[in-house]
Design a protein around this ligand. Structure first.
Ligand code: 0O2
Length: 203
């Protein structure tokens, strides 16, 4: 069986490169201006063929390139991890202003954390690119999901994600409430670290 992305796989790689260059370019420009890093690290990936097929099946969609690249929004996934909450919002403003970028959806799980304690800012964007998309348009449009988090939010999400796959364990409810407590404590630390940075900048 060939890749679900078919001939678009090559284009997806180029969209990833373009997005990475834009976001990293912004980071470098900010560093040159202020001497501080607006992001701690940036990851970008193309959803694997296997995961994309599984997602299509879960959503009751046929396993086609059209569905993978239009009905599903995270064939390209970027994560921007920042030291401070303010930096997340600076990156968001930059992404909104990027040339050829249209924001399709935003979810602020930082202001409105999920009930389990998950915090992150999610954006679904569409990028105009100089090659064909699944609808045959040139220039074409490609979707990407961007998750923006602090280091603390990222550590919590990584650990919680690992533990989510361990079913059939004892004390499930206690574990969930402890995870939520830790998420809230980390959020409080993020707030304190932001306040400390503001104090240092004002001093
Ligand atoms: P994976 O394996 O990480 O790719 P929607 O269709 O928009 O209503 P959806 O698709 O659940 O709802 O979107 P949402 O809530 O924006 O979540 C998308 C991604 O955010 C998830 O991708 C996770 O990566 C991450 N995420 C959301 N909630 C949680 C959470 O409670 N814990 C952790 N660790 N990550 C979370 P996938 O495709 O579900 O999973």
């Amino acid at each position: 069986m060939g890749s679900i992305y078919g001939k678009y796989e090559e284009y997806l790689r180029q969209v990833c490169d373009d997005l990475r260059q834009k976001v990293e370019g912004y980071s470098s420009a900010e560093y040159s201006k202020s001497g501080t890093h607006i992001s701690e690290h940036i990851d970008i990936r193309i959803k694997s063929d296997l995961s994309m097929r599984e997602k299509c099946r879960k959503k009751g969609l046929e396993e086609t390139a059209e569905n993978a690249l239009s009905a599903i929004s995270d064939s390209i996934g970027m994560r921007i991890v920042c030291s401070f909450t303010d930096d997340i919002y600076k990156n968001i403003s930059y992404i909104r202003s990027m040339e050829g970028c249209t924001v399709i959806k935003e979810k602020d799980y930082i202001t409105h954390a999920k009930p389990n304690g998950y915090r992150s800012y999610h954006m679904i964007i569409s990028l105009e690119e100089p090659f064909e998309d699944v609808f045959g348009n040139v220039p074409g449009r490609y979707k990407a999901e961007i998750q923006l988090r602090t280091i603390a939010m990222d550590s919590w999400a990584a650990l919680e994600h690992k533990m989510r796959y361990k079913k059939d364990i004892k004390n499930q409810l206690l574990i969930e409430s402890e995870l939520k407590r830790v998420a809230d404590e980390l959020a409080s630390c993020d707030l304190s670290m932001q306040t400390i940075r503001d104090l240092i900048e004002r001093a």
